[in-house]
Design a protein around this ligand. Structure first.
Ligand SMILES: O=P(O)(O)OC[C@@H](O)[C@@H](O)c1c[nH]c2ccccc12
Length: 272
């Protein structure tokens, strides 16, 4: 995918997000509140000598992949991810570009509460967050953590949004691609850090850059590899490095039943 197109996609997403935020700010607040669970950092930390943790993503489509499987409703897919051993489930919220919604997040949370109770995987709200109102929406709809993308905010706004998340009991999960963004994440006192192997501006995959940046993350943080993992052997390769966890989206979303592929990935995450 060429860089020009990626830049246009990100700019278009952010413009649509600003319009959504304006609407959220004047809409009545959500009536049901689902309390966050806490324990996100611990769920993502890899035990000494133990298995890489796996995060599985609910994403109906993406600008880079196009349409993905919609055979399973998000809540049923989240249940299968949990059964196959995901320690966290990421739910895309953005509608126009990724086919998601806050209602999808709430449906996943309610289904996981019923099926697994306190042993349920944690939930990550995956959205392009620019304003605290989106964090309030994430909390109301059942998120335990919220993605904060360093690329799309100033370092000061990132720190403010991270504080706002913590005030709501939500763990800020800060996504970076470069050393500069890593410095901003550190300034925001993030202890859960995702390094995206796909550059959001260019949509180009750069696993070598991701490996380099991940190696520079404070080893006492929860270090998460994001994007581009297609097979159990890709997971085994990440498990050999310093990452605590890895997130898999598209590969699972290409499966009408993601259970067998995720289970195979979980097996290789342990073997390293
Ligand atoms: O589908 P992949 O290549 O497995 O990647 C998942 C995830 O990392 C990706 O969906 C993602 C990472 N950061 C984001 C920010 C917004 C939307 C999506 C993303």
């Amino acid at each position: 995918m060429d860089g020009q197109r990626g830049r246009r996609v990100l700019d278009t997403i952010l413009a649509s997000k600003r319009a959504e935020i304006a609407a959220l700010l004047v809409a009545p607040p959500p009536r049901v509140i689902r309390a966050p669970a806490g324990g996100v950092f611990k769920a993502l930390r890899r035990p000494e000598g133990g298995a890489l943790r796996l995060l599985a993503e609910v994403k109906l489509r993406s600008p880079s992949a196009g349409a993905l499987s919609s055979v399973l409703r998000p809540a049923e897919r989240a249940r299968r991810y949990a059964e196959a051993g995901a320690t966290m489930i990421s739910v895309l919220i953005d509608g126009p570009f990724f086919g998601g919604s806050y209602d999808d997040l709430a449906a996943c949370r309610d289904a996981l509460d019923v099926a697994f109770g306190a042993a349920r995987p944690k939930l990550l709200c995956k959205e392009f967050i620019l304003d605290p109102i989106q964090l309030a929406m994430a909390a109301a709809h059942g998120a335990d953590a919220a993605l904060l993308i360093a690329r799309i905010t100033s370092a000061e706004d990132l720190a403010r949004l991270a504080d706002a998340a913590r005030d709501l009991g939500i763990e800020p999960f800060v996504e970076v691609t470069t050393e500069e963004e890593l410095a901003a994440a550190e300034h925001a006192r993030a202890r859960v850090l995702g390094v995206n192997a796909r550059d959001l501006d260019t949509l180009v995959m750069d696993p070598a850059r991701a490996e380099r940046v991940l190696a520079r993350v404070d080893p006492t943080a929860a270090r998460v590899h994001l994007s581009g993992l297609a097979s159990p052997s890709d997971v085994a390769r990440i498990a050999q490095g310093p990452a605590d966890a890895a997130l898999v989206g598209e590969a699972l979303m290409r499966q009408d039943d993601p259970g067998p592929l995720l289970a195979a990935m979980v097996t290789r995450a342990a073997a390293g």
